[in-house]
Each structure stands twice: as structure tokens, then as C-alpha cells.
Design a binder for this molecule. Structure first.
Ligand code: GSH
Length: 231
């Protein structure tokens, strides 16, 4: 079988999610860096949504980071990054869905919104999500371990981490920090930072601040920014 090929962009948090999983699985993969400001001709024949990440493996082509990560988990089961028991696996998927439908949209709504009143509303919304993650997530599901579901990281952790790495941009442009009593989230963040996979993909705060400048003044024109404005 051929190697996995991932189409990625160094600043993309969704691509980072899948790069983290490839690294955690110890896979030897080819990375194709896509310049999202200047996409290659015919990019939609590689990526139907004109986005990264996309992976190719043998005859399979998979896009959408959450689906890619589940595909990688099924194709390369070691080390396992999802619980085996259906009830626990369902809980993991619920938290990944929470990242996709609540946490990440609020992150971008706050970053892109220009109206002070809307910014206040999205700040409250995001803080509410963080407190929910702290109290209903980490504190309930992982009594002693550092990670979301216990002692070892899972697809849940890799679904959230990239937006914490980019928190410096949200802090710079919108002055938001983690709510005071999010101790477990803070500890989780430190534990994630120590993973080799995170260190291998980490970009400095200044990089993310610069990457998100156009989101923060709402002048970004890519497919993702246009979609985020509509929802
Ligand atoms: N839901 C997608 C989101 C992927 C996404 O939005 N990727 C961005 C970069 S971070 C992209 O490629 N955007 C293309 C564009 O803005 O033109 C996933 O989870 O993979």
C-alpha cells in the first residue's frame, strides 16, 4: 500500500488536527503544503470543497478533518485514539461534535465580528462553552488523567487543541482569556503542549496573530471566511 498523502496548510487548525493524528499513529506520510491564497489550478479535483485537509491513501480520498481522523483511526487502529466500548465512543463523538458545532463557531464569530455588542455576546457564548468543557467534560470524564477521556489522548483532545494554540490571536484581537476556574483546561493545555506531535506542528503565537489579522478585521476572502460569515 502507498503512503498516506495529506494536503495541508501550515496555518490551518483543521489540517493540524489530522497531522496530529498521523503523528500520534507514528505514520510515515507525505505532506503537500497548499498556499490557500494562491491555490493550485484544479485544486477542486483534489479537494471538492476547495479546502484543506484532504488525505489520499490507496484508492481512498477523504476530506473534512473529523471524518479524516475517524478514517485514520479505523485504517490504522494502533495506538487506539477512541474508546472501544460503544457508550464511551459515543461520548467521545459528542465532544468532537461540540467542538465542531459550538466551540469553533463561537471562536470565529468572536474573531470576525466587528460590532462591540456582538463581540460581547460572542465572548459570553465562548466563555459559557469553556465552562461547559471544564465542568461537563474534563472534570466529569477524566477524574485523574490529564486528557479529555483519561490518561492518554484521544481524537477528542486533537479536535480541540489547535484552537488553544491559536488562543493568542483571540487574546490579541478580542482580549479574551480563559475563565478563572478553568483549572483542568489549563492543565490539559500544558499536557497537550508536551506531546511530541504538538511540538512537531507547533507555530509561535506571532505566526497565528499574523495569520488571523484578516479574520479579525473581517477582510478574509477565502471559502471558509465566506461560509463563517453566512452561518
Ligand atoms: N470543516 C473543515 C474545515 C476546513 C477548512 O476550513 N480549512 C480552511 C483552512 S483552515 C481552508 O482550506 N479554507 C479554504 C479557503 O478559505 O479558501 C474540516 O474540518 O476539515
Amino acid at each position: 500500500m502507498s503512503k498516506v498523502k495529506i494536503y495541508s496548510a501550515s496555518g490551518c487548525p483543521f489540517a493540524q488536527r489530522s497531522r496530529l493524528v498521523l503523528l500520534e499513529k507514528g505514520l510515515d506520510f507525505d505532506l503537500v503544503e497548499i498556499d490557500l491564497q494562491n491555490k493550485p489550478a484544479g485544486f477542486t479535483s483534489i479537494s471538492p470543497y476547495s479546502k484543506v485537509p484532504v488525505i489520499h491513501y490507496g484508492d481512498d480520498r477523504v476530506w473534512e478533518s473529523t471524518i479524516i481522523n475517524e478514517y485514520l483511526e479505523e485504517t490504522f487502529p494502533e495506538p487506539p485514539l477512541l474508546p472501544q466500548v460503544p457508550g464511551k465512543k459515543a461520548i467521545a463523538r459528542i465532544w468532537i461534535d461540540f467542538a465542531n458545532t459550538k466551540f469553533i463557531p463561537a471562536f470565529y464569530k468572536l474573531l470576525m465580528n466587528q460590532e462591540p455588542q456582538e463581540q460581547r455576546m460572542w465572548t459570553e457564548e465562548l466563555q459559557k462553552h469553556l465552562l461547559f468543557m471544564e465542568h461537563q467534560g474534563l472534570r466529569q470524564l477524566s477524574q485523574s488523567g490529564s486528557f479529555w477521556l483519561g490518561d492518554s489522548p484521544s481524537l477528542v483532545d486533537f479536535s480541540y487543541y489547535p484552537w488553544f494554540e491559536r488562543w493568542a490571536a483571540l487574546e490579541q484581537y478580542r482580549g479574551i482569556s480563559l475563565p478563572a476556574d478553568c483549572d483542568r483546561l489549563q492543565q490539559w493545555w500544558v499536557a497537550m503542549n508536551q506531546r511530541d506531535s504538538v511540538q512537531a506542528t507547533l507555530q509561535p503565537a506571532e505566526f497565528h496573530i499574523q495569520q488571523y489579522a484578516k479574520y479579525a478585521n473581517d477582510s478574509a476572502s477565502g471559502v471558509t471566511a465566506q461560509e463563517l460569515r453566512r452561518y
